[in-house]
Design a protein around this ligand. Structure first.
Ligand code: MTE
Length: 315
């Protein structure tokens, strides 16, 4: 299904996010260049709804110096999704057959109101488009317009208790639907984790679409996490479980290679990967490399989460 976003010039005045709201959002999203959100959109349809619909958006306001958005073709054919193979082009092909209905997410653990919620109910949340940089730990990056809602909106509904210090995420475990899980590439299922304050941060998004369309399977359909100031591997795909927990949860890459991948995984040009430098990155589609920004350029918004922490020890 195609979600139709009009360009700013096509949008009616009442559809465009008011400038004051936009400016406050811009500072909320932070990082200047690539980050931008539009106002919440009511009535995100269920996928059963065949009609195309319009979403208010001011995509590229003239007063924001935007990084160029990566072509959709690149973002949907150059992927990491090891449940469908380890090659960059494997997921675009292999994930085609992934059935994403029915799909439920269990939210449990240290919460007053655990829930199991179906994807079609999640699609009724108020959605935003956010253009974020994605920096992979491998040294490439993209700029992607996601469609989704803040994870905080979901977590507030389950009422985390005072014991909840971390949030643990889990991808579907089903080797029949994700054939890569038949090989021991990682200790399946793929798992990830955030500290509770990171999870509640307004930049942290649960994405159900990109480029104005339903999330392509290879990008983590039907719903994935997006944490733009962390290396891409924190942005776990095809999530089925979110648990609020007391202790720091295990994470897939840390479990696999603890010397190379820490729990925090904040983008940090000053801390090299043991096998390569993290000082620069290649934007997919570019020939030359560019400097990597601390916290992927979102430091103004998130650096305070780590004040007093040694970011070399807590990599
Ligand atoms: N989530 C799952 N379940 N499995 C994976 O292999 N790869 C991660 C992350 N989420 C991965 C995952 C890595 S390494 C990156 S860089 C991003 O997804 C890539 O997202 P993209 O393919 O949409 O660019």
């Amino acid at each position: 299904m195609l979600f139709k976003f009009p360009t700013a010039s096509q949008a009616r005045e009442d559809e465009v996010t008011p400038r004051a709201l936009f400016l406050s959002r811009r500072s909320l999203i932070g990082g200047g260049a690539a980050a931008f959100a539009v106002g919440g959109m009511a009535g995100w349809p269920s996928l059963a709804d065949a009609a195309t619909f319009q979403v208010p958006t001011t995509r590229k306001p003239a007063d924001v110096a935007m990084d160029a958005v990566t072509p959709m073709k690149s973002a949907t054919t150059y992927n990491n999704f090891y449940e469908f193979g380890t090659g960059k082009s494997d997921p675009a092909d292999g994930a085609k057959a992934l059935r994403t209905r029915p799909w439920e997410i269990v939210i449990d653990g240290e919460v007053a109101k655990p829930i199991t919620i179906g994807i079609d109910d999640l699609l009724k949340f108020s959605m935003e488009e956010r253009i974020y940089r994605l920096r992979c730990v491998e040294g490439w990056s993209m700029v992607i317009p996601w469609v989704g809602f803040p994870l905080a909106e979901l977590l507030k509904r389950v009422e985390p208790t005072a014991n909840a210090k971390y949030v643990a995420f889990q991808t579907l475990l089903d080797p029949e639907r994700m054939y890569g899980q038949k090989s021991w590439v990682l200790n399946w299922p793929y798992v990830e984790g955030l500290r509770l304050d990171e999870a509640m941060h307004p930049l942290t998004l649960m994405a159900v679409g990109m480029y104005g369309e339903t999330m392509p399977n290879q990008n983590g359909a039907p719903i994935r996490l997006v944490v733009p100031w962390k290396y891409g591997f924190k942005s776990i795909k095809s999530v089925v479980k979110i648990s609020l927990v007391k202790e720091q949860p295990p994470t897939a890459w840390n479990r696999s290679q603890p010397r190379e991948y820490g729990f925090f995984s904040n983008v940090n040009p000053d801390v090299d990967h043991p096998r390569w430098s993290q000082a620069t990155e290649r934007r997919v589609g570019d020939f030359s490399r560019r400097k990597t920004l601390p916290f992927n350029g979102y430091g103004e918004d998130v650096a305070s989460l780590y004040s007093g922490m040694d970011l070399r020890a807590n990599f």
